[in-house]
Design a protein around this ligand. Structure first.
Ligand code: SF4
Ligand code: SF4
Length: 328
């Protein structure tokens, strides 16, 4: 556990250090404004305080969104989760077009990160994503990503009879496709430095509305497939989900399991992400959707509680038996 915490902290420090060094490459901004000297050109650079003031509303809105996501997560509230999904699509998707993208992974790998002073909101968002993944798992995929939230909202409107349940063995094998896409996209980018590859491996550009006819047709096919196969893109194709899945192996606070989980398969059938295999939670696939945890806490449905109740009833009867015969 200590090594996981240290690895996670090292990752956060690496990102911050890279951002800080990028910021330090720029001439220092002191007082109300500083000047950058680009040969003949001189440009006023705003001070950190004015940059912070300009970005404060964005940071405040992101903080409020993160608080909403975390409160819903800790309370295991279905209603708050629904509000979070709607806010993710409306605010992060349609209004801001702010999603973690494969391009951010390229930037991280090449340490070509945005300048901290002008991208505080982005850093807050990225750090929330990384830290929450290390602490609890793919919380980002379960309720923050605008695209994933949009496809999860389909569950509320598409009738269950339209949905096709992919057999578990196929599902497990297909889940590796996204790792292949992640590796392929990274290899292509590092070889060619062509960042436009992102348009072929993720559909997040849909929130900007800028795409060619062919791209819209591809997106249409993907979304039509998602109507029949739940979270098709997230489960099998998303390279960002694959990256966060790899990071999830470091997760500190995992979902607890009862000893009865090795024989009872109720939550394995409940999980729509193929993240439960017998007694084991597959951390890389789990998006902390709460479905199984709501079941664990349900004393009427979860066999763990039913068995405890039955045992205590039997003990109570056994204790009451001698007393009754002593009294008669
Ligand atoms: S798997 Fe990809 S698209 Fe799905 S929620 Fe995660 S990042 Fe978003
Ligand atoms: S049902 Fe449980 S194991 Fe499956 S994705 Fe949701 S939280 Fe993870």
């Amino acid at each position: 556990m200590t090594s996981r915490v240290l690895t996670g902290l090292a990752l956060v420090v690496l990102v911050l250090a890279a951002a800080e060094s990028r910021a330090q490459e720029q001439p220092p901004a002191t007082g109300a404004a500083a000047e950058w000297d680009f040969g003949d050109e001189r440009e006023d650079v705003p001070a950190w305080t004015s940059s912070l003031a300009a970005q404060a509303p964005e940071i405040a809105a992101l903080t409020a969104f993160a608080a909403l996501a975390l409160v819903g997560f800790f309370r295991k509230s279905e209603r708050l989760k629904l509000v979070t999904l709607l806010a993710a699509v409306g605010y992060l998707g349609i209004y801001k077009s702010q999603l973690i993208s494969i391009t951010n992974i390229f930037s991280l790998l090449t340490l070509n990160l945005p300048i901290l002073q002008f991208s505080m909101g982005w850093y807050a968002f990225a750090i929330f994503t990384v830290v929450s993944t290390i602490l609890w798992g793919r919380l980002y995929c379960g309720r923050v990503c605008a695209f994933g939230s949009m496809t999860q909202l389909l569950d509320y409107v598409v009738p269950k009879r339209f949905r096709y349940d992919v057999p578990r063995t196929v599902e497990r094998r297909a889940s590796y496709i996204k790792y292949g896409i992640l590796i392929g996209a990274i290899a292509y980018y590092l070889t060619t430095r062509n960042i436009l590859v992102y348009r072929y491996v993720e559909p997040f550009w849909m929130f900007t509305g800028e795409a060619s006819g062919g791209e819209w047709i591809g997106l249409g096919v993907l979304l039509t497939g998602t109507l029949f196969i739940r979270n098709l893109y997230c489960r099998f194709l998303c390279p960002v989900g694959a990256f966060l899945g790899l990071l999830s192996n470091l997760t500190v606070f995992r979902i607890k399991r009862w000893s009865e989980c090795s024989t009872c398969r109720i939550c394995e059938k409940t999980c729509e992400w193929g993240a439960i295999a017998g007694p084991k939670i597959i951390a890389a696939e789990c998006v902390r959707c709460d479905d199984c945890e709501r079941l664990y806490n349900n004393e009427q449905k979860c066999p763990h509680w039913v068995i405890i109740r039955r045992k205590s009833e039997i003990m109570a009867r056994q204790l009451a038996g001698p007393r009754l015969s002593a009294g008669s």
